[in-house]
Design a binder for this molecule. Structure first.
Ligand code: SF4
Length: 465
């Protein structure tokens, strides 16, 4: 594989010579990861900036799972009309799932777009830019291709951040791409293709490089991360991969997102509850607490299976954090179905939930289902669910106050560069409200939790008292 990788250039522009790139990212962790790949691909010629106004190149990394990001794409392209008028050299590219799905159609709707590229074509960006600079017409590149073969290693080094600043503490590593499931509301199998797992040695090598560059925490990414390896010959289990990564010196913490309940077996529960490097946090999408709706969604598990997994995890590790995704207002969802989702929330006590009102994505089976629920009703259900989640979160956070827990310092505060923030194993963010001595990126610090906020905790190093 490495033979096909491009060799590094010997000369790179100095910081002052570089142009400026701004990437707006919508959607899932996979998109965040692709954004980091793009920064890496472009770093030779472009410096990241924190707004479109300051940029020579703007990339919009889109998501098509929900309707809003697609609407946001077109409203953002509308806003950028003015920018392009004042800076005719500004170049605009669109990527991500909407780009993969819509391709040429984006050029028709967004006349200021210079190029569109799909989820398998990130490595083509420099050549698309060059083609446009040389006067070629707007470009579209959305074919499936073997991108991993062509991208240099080392994408894993960056900790995604909205403003383009990054550090090495957390490394995000794709272990598979695509999806073999067919949830009726989801376009991902169409836009990202069938599931393909990466070679385990290649993943291991990337982890080692990330650790060598200072990463302490590895986040494994896949649409259904725990079906990793089922397509390989010989088959490899996700748990085997976790064990291999945990055995690498220097890896302190391992996270992954997102496992599919259908693929969770005893060995998974055993591994996440006993391997000290695997964090005490499982993000497992529920989507609905009603079996009838799960069936309509083609989720391939039932509420009882989901709850049994949670029971097994929590009986092994009582303080295991469970987070989830929930869709309300799926076609045909009755009040009773919705109440069943709330009931599951009561039982599980999610530490966090990402909840969405259903919106039909063109090309999915759910888009052809009769829309029986008004937008108003969907939003009402969403508000009820989110209000409930806030109450649950307050209960989930309060037991941490007064305890001393290990926090991995992974970034600086959004508000003050001298203040740090980090995460406990359960993934809850801990902010250090003052610039304490001895804190530094990548350190794992025993921390006294002093207070809880709505979504986060406040702490101070235990040694500071
Ligand atoms: S598991 Fe379902 S929701 Fe997740 S990517 Fe695959 S089809 Fe989409």
């Amino acid at each position: 594989m490495s033979e096909t990788r491009p060799q590094p250039e010997t000369q790179t522009p100095s910081g002052d010579d570089k142009q400026r790139v701004y990437i707006r990212t919508y959607g899932c962790a996979m998109n965040e990861h692709d954004t980091q790949k793009l920064y890496k691909i472009l770093e030779k010629d472009y410096t990241p900036v924190d707004s479109a106004e300051k940029a020579d190149l703007v990339l919009v990394n889109t998501c098509s799972v929900r309707e809003k990001p697609e609407q946001k794409l077109y409203s953002m392209l509308g806003e950028m009309k003015g920018l392009k008028e004042s800076n005719p050299n500004l170049m605009i590219g669109v990527c991500g799932c909407v780009a993969q799905q819509e391709g040429q159609a984006i050029l028709k709707k967004g006349r200021n777009v210079d190029f569109v590229f799909g989820t398998h074509n990130l490595s083509l960006v420099p050549s698309l830019i060059q083609l446009r600079k040389k006067g070629a017409p707007p470009q579209v590149a959305v074919n499936y291709r073997e991108d991993w073969e062509e991208l240099p290693l080392g994408f894993a080094e960056n900790n995604p951040s909205k403003n383009g600043k990054s550090n090495n503490v957390t490394a995000f590593i794709s272990i598979s791409r695509g999806c073999n499931k067919s949830c009726t509301y989801c376009i991902v199998p169409t836009t990202r293709g069938p599931e393909v797992s990466r070679d385990i040695n290649e993943i291991e090598r990337e982890v080692k490089i990330a650790v060598h560059r200072g990463s302490k925490e590895i986040v494994l990414l896949g649409q259904t991360v725990n079906s990793y390896g089922l397509d390989l010959t010989p088959r490899i289990s996700f748990v085997h991969l976790l064990d291999r990564i945990a055995a690498i010196d220097g890896v302190e913490r391992i996270r992954f997102t997102s496992p599919h309940p259908q693929e969770i077996r005893k060995d998974f529960i055993e591994c996440v509850s006993s391997n000290p490097k695997v964090c005490r946090h499982v993000h497992m999408p529920l989507q609905s607490g009603s079996d009838r709706i799960l069936k309509l969604m083609n989720r391939n598990y039932r509420r009882s299976k989901y709850l049994k997994i949670i029971e097994d995890l929590k009986s092994r590790v009582p303080d295991m954090a469970i987070t989830t995704d929930i869709i309300v207002g799926f076609p045909g969802e009755t009040e009773e179905d919705f109440q069943q989702t709330l009931e599951v929330m009561d039982i599980v006590q999610f530490d966090l939930s990402y909840s969405f009102a259903f919106s039909a994505r063109p090309g999915t089976a759910a888009a052809a289902m009769p829309e029986l629920i008004t937008q108003e009703e969907k939003l009402r259900r969403l508000q009820v669910l989110q209000a409930k989640q806030l109450l649950i979160m307050a209960d989930r956070l309060s037991p941490w106050v007064g305890k001393t827990v290990d926090v991995l310092i992974d970034s600086t505060s959004k508000h003050d560069e001298n203040c740090f923030q980090g995460r406990i194993s359960q993934n809850t963010v801990v902010n250090f409200p003052a610039p304490f001595e001895g804190l530094k990126l990548g350190a794992i610090v025993p921390t006294l939790i002093t207070a809880q906020k709505r979504y986060t905790l406040l702490g101070e190093p235990a040694t500071a008292r």
